[in-house]
Design a protein around this ligand. Structure first.
Ligand code: NAD
Length: 355
């Protein structure tokens, strides 16, 4: 029986994961899917209970489960906690312990929500791009790194480093993704300035020889940022390094104008993954029943497709979300001025009813 670890976390995390669990239960009912869900605390909530944001019991469930669904972590009450014990450390711990090197961040805009974007509706309506970001290497982890020297003449430095093996595995992940989509992959680097990018480009091109059906292009990061706001629909799949992906994926998510709608996945080399909404714990609305659960529900759809290889389940969830939006149901974050809004639970009800 496939097990899904549910790590609700903090703030609105439990509210949105509750609705996603109802969607998983609905899959069990409709398709006799037999998913078993098991829940453990993570982040600040876990710190309160076990003095650690990623207790052993949570990590061992994450390791033994077939897939993980995470809500969100963090909140103002833990900002003064020792850096090593902050809620966000749980995310880094899960990524490194489970070797989740491939971060998938789709930016898609349901046509019903085109006017939520700050860009013109015709530029973004129907947008559907996938950013594949390398998540466990590059400048965020590379050494040497330090701030050193005497006050007044200190220097700070980091190292952007990638091995051929690290580049090849993220490239394969991106080509595989492109094969499931429109078969176009754009690799983003800074090969005109950085040696590490020169190697990146070489290795991505080599990996591409095994995927002759995928049209591979290369773009410098500065141009990619420009193109992403000028004509975002030119992209299908983008693959890039940890830091460039961090920046590009946030910019891409803002194109859609509604952070409460965006799912994400972080995968290991066997397709096991941790799925989570892109948004944080939204302490400003936590406990008020105002959170949009659709990003978390769409994360379950990604899980069905990427970890369980089940297109039918993924499509059933996505179609229900689409119908919910078409029927005019809106949480506050995606409602137009003066439009009626529904609660987190009512949004969950609507999706489950339409599955
Ligand atoms: P946030 O994403 O939590 O909130 C930003 C804004 O978007 C807020 O106004 C919030 O109300 C709104 N929002 C977010 N998700 C929403 C949803 N589902 N429905 C409706 N509105 C939603 O970002 P923040 O305010 O910068 O961070 C709050 C906390 O979350 C911090 O502690 C931060 O460290 C943490 N955080 C965690 C993650 C994660 O767990 N992956 C990611 C980002 C931020």
């Amino acid at each position: 029986m496939p097990t899904i670890a549910i790590l609700p976390g903090d703030g609105i995390g439990p509210e949105v994961t509750d609705q996603a669990v109802r969607v998983i239960e609905k899959l069990n009912e409709l398709f006799d899917a037999q998913f078993e869900v098991q829940t453990q605390p993570v982040g600040g909530t876990a710190y309160e209970m076990h003095d650690h944001p990623l207790p052993d019991s949570t990590l061992s469930l994450a390791k033994s489960a077939d897939a993980i669904l995470l809500g969100a972590v963090g909140g103002p009450q833990w900002e003064k906690v020792d850096r090593q014990l902050r809620p966000e450390k749980a995310l880094l711990g899960l990524r490194s312990e489970l070797d989740l090197f491939s971060n998938l961040r789709p930016a898609m805009l349901f046509p019903e929500l085109a006017d939520a974007s700050t860009l013109k509706p015709e530029v973004v309506s129907g947008l559907d791009i996938m950013i594949v970001r390398e998540l466990t290497g590059g400048i965020y982890f590379g050494g040497p790194r330090a701030i050193e020297g005497e006050a007044g003449s200190r220097k700070g430095y980091n190292t952007m480093v990638y091995t051929e093996a690290e580049i090849a595995r993220i490239a394969r992940s991106a080509f595989e993704m492109a094969m499931q989509r429109d078969k176009r992959l754009c690799s983003v680097d800074k090969a005109n300035v950085l040696e590490v990018s020169e190697l990146w480009r070489e290795v991505v091109t080599e990996v591409g020889n095994s995927y002759p059906e995928v049209e591979l292009s290369h773009m410098y990061i500065d141009n990619a940022c420009m193109q992403l706001v000028r004509a975002p629909k030119q992209f299908d799949v983008i693959v890039t390094t940890n830091m460039f992906g961090d920046i590009l994926s946030d910019a891409a998510s803002m194109l859609t104008g509604s952070i409460g709608m965006l799912p994400s996945a972080s995968l290991d080399s066997n397709g096991k993954g941790m799925y989570e909404p892109v948004h944080g714990s939204a302490p400003d609305i936590a406990g008020e029943g105002k959170a949009n659960p659709l990003a978390t529900i769409l994360s379950v759809a990604m899980m069905m497709r990427s970890t369980f290889g089940n297109e039918e389940f993924a499509a059933a969830i996505e179609a229900a979300v689409k119908q919910t939006l078409a029927d005019g149901l809106r949480t506050g974050d995606i409602a137009r001025e003066g439009e009626a809004t529904v609660s987190t639970e009512a949004m969950g009800d609507a999706v489950v009813d339409r599955m």
